[in-house]
Design a protein around this ligand. Structure first.
Ligand SMILES: [Zn+2]
Length: 303
């Protein structure tokens, strides 16, 4: 499973978010669909595989859980519209991005006593019977689930999408592919995307600079002026840096593996950004929730 619910905060957590935690609570997560215990997997910060969640082998999801149904919807969504399912599914096609104020990872107000932990637990569970789920599209806490939906459901890109700072309000219009026909000018922020270049991102001064496989090509097919994402990360915690650099490295490796297996999937970088006004080959990102790496095949069916 790509995501699970944090038992204490009640928020959905993406596997990749686990890279950002100084310590992962192995028992702190449950299925977002039915509430069974699930366990975080491959989240070690040195582990270059995507973190995810697993249910115990001998446990099944509860009958009301729509996890299996979601997988079928994803499979069918490649071939045609699954709009009705997306409208009633909380996680498959987020309706908006909500950037909440980030909580401190350790609450300084909270005494380290164990009774505090259990009272936090009790409060978090009040009013939650594991069944009273909102049947509708949920907000996402980062762009990753939104970008996955863009890749997965090419026939449903007319669905609404509200990303702060992006004027366009459908998936179709909010996303913008960076192409290989020279450096273009974009007047406003979008969810830009392009294939990741083979070269690794580099730390340059206060920035992480990520080369993309798009921009200006020479006649002998060399990328002479690539677009680049410039991440202003000097003020970030070590953990945030780890999450972003791990995800970029993982998607790069996933892309290399896909190429070796002759699969069509490509490593894409998605980011919400404005183009740099002085250096139009650059896009500036400063929030880790506004950049992600996704392996996939992006198709553009004629509707
Ligand atoms: Zn479940």
């Amino acid at each position: 499973m790509e995501s699970a619910r944090d038992k204490y905060t009640r928020e959905m957590v993406e596997g990749e978010d686990l890279w950002m935690l100084p310590q992962v609570d192995k028992y702190g997560y449950e299925c977002g669909g039915c509430g069974i215990q699930v366990f975080p997997a491959s989240y070690e910060q040195s582990n270059l595989q995507r973190p995810h969640f697993r249910k115990p082998q001998k446990t099944s999801h509860k009958e009301n859980c729509d996890i299996d149904g979601d997988e079928k919807t994803v499979a069918r969504g490649k071939k045609g519209s699954v709009r009705n399912e997306l409208e009633t599914s909380p996680d498959l096609s987020p309706s908006r991005l909500t950037l909440r104020d980030e909580r401190p990872i350790v609450d300084p107000e909270r005494p380290p006593a164990s009774e505090q932990t259990s009272s936090a637990r009790a409060t978090a569970r009040l009013g939650d019977d594991g069944r009273a789920r909102a049947k509708g599209r949920r907000a996402a806490n980062s762009i990753r689930p939104i970008c996955r939906a863009f890749v997965r459901f090419p026939f449903d890109r007319q669905m609404s999408l509200d990303v702060p700072g992006v004027e366009e309000k459908t998936y179709l219009q909010a996303f913008k592919k960076l192409r290989g026909e020279g450096i273009e000018t974009f007047s406003r922020a979008r969810i830009f995307y392009a294939e990741l270049a083979w070269a690794k991102p580099q730390e340059e001064g206060e920035f992480l600079v990520i080369p993309l496989s798009a921009g200006e090509w020479s006649k002998d097919k060399k990328l002479v002026r690539p677009y680049k994402v410039r991440v202003a990360w000097s003020q970030w915690s070590r953990y945030k840096k780890t999450m972003v650099s791990n995800e970029l490295e993982v998607v790069r490796l996933e892309g290399i593996a896909a190429k070796k297996k002759d699969e069509k999937h490509r490593p894409y970088v998605f980011f919400v950004a404005e183009q740099d006004s002085n250096e139009p080959a650059f896009f500036n990102v400063s929030d880790h929730r506004l950049i992600c790496g996704v392996l996939g095949t992006i198709s553009y069916p004629k509707l």
